[in-house]
Design a protein around this ligand. Structure first.
Ligand code: ZN
Ligand code: MN
Length: 144
């Protein structure tokens, strides 16, 4: 889904739920769907301040919480290092995480569901969700 379509979709879902869509909130949604770098709430806040200098970090968190409530954002929590968010692909998918620069990349694989089934099935485990993080160095950091 391209970011414009995704933004339209999220705006519609939020309105249909009876939540107000203020210009600030719309800007936060836009920043989330435009960013494929898995931003933190602070990253989004910094970006929003350019156009809406009075926006608080709490407002950013409120919008993220709203998206979490409707299952439209994926949160990647890293304990004390905080959380990063994917507002483009809210469903579980593998990530490549650079431990040097903190960059997080999406990576796709065809038969992930099959792999998960084959891990769970022998243990009669019923899968609700999954998280697949691969830690290492991105190509830029590996060259340094
Ligand atoms: Zn890196
Ligand atoms: Mn992602």
């Amino acid at each position: 889904m391209d970011s414009e379509k995704r933004l339209e979709y999220l705006s519609r879902v939020i309105r249909e739920r009876g939540n107000r869509l203020t210009p600030q909130r719309l800007a936060i949604l836009r920043a989330l769907v435009d960013n494929d770098g898995h931003p933190s709430a602070e990253d989004i806040h910094k970006e929003i301040l350019r156009d809406f200098p009075t926006t608080s970090l709490a407002t950013v968190y409120k919008t993220i919480t709203l998206l979490k409530d409707i299952g439209e954002i994926l949160e990647l929590g890293f304990g004390d290092d905080g959380s990063r968010f994917d507002g483009r692909k809210p469903y579980p998918h593998p990530h490549l995480i650079c431990t040097q620069c903190g960059q997080i990349l999406d990576s796709e694989v065809d038969n992930l569901d099959k792999l998960i089934d084959s891990l769970a099935f022998p243990n009669q485990f019923s899968v609700k969700t999954h998280r697949f993080d691969i830690f290492g160095l991105c190509s830029d950091c590996a060259q340094k």
